[in-house]
Design a binder for this molecule. Sequence first.
Ligand SMILES: [Zn+2]
Length: 120
Amino acid sequence: MTQKAATNPVKTCTKCGQVKPLDMFYKDAGSPDKKAYWCKDCMAKRQKELKEAEEKKKAASNDVAKQESLILTIDFANYPDLLKWLAESAEKDFRSTEMQLLYWLKIEKDQKEYANGKHN
Ligand SMILES: [Zn+2]
């Protein structure tokens, strides 16, 4: 009786710790046994995670793009006096012209809300 060589060599995946047949591991020239440390399942899972992380990152940058569309560009071409008045007032209050406009809008809004809340 000759001893049969192991026909189904196995390897332990360093990721999931499961013992799996060698064909469940990709080739990896850089590893001592020329097989990847992780099994194909774990590799696939990792690929999926990376892809999902990439998509999440993309979605996040889309949100930033949406936020940037909240920036309002105002054309004062027909209201040069209004712009001059705004700019002068901003300079007096040490604000940028844009911040002065925002500040006024906020005061206007706060006053309206205050008035509405008071006299209900
Ligand atoms: Zn595994």
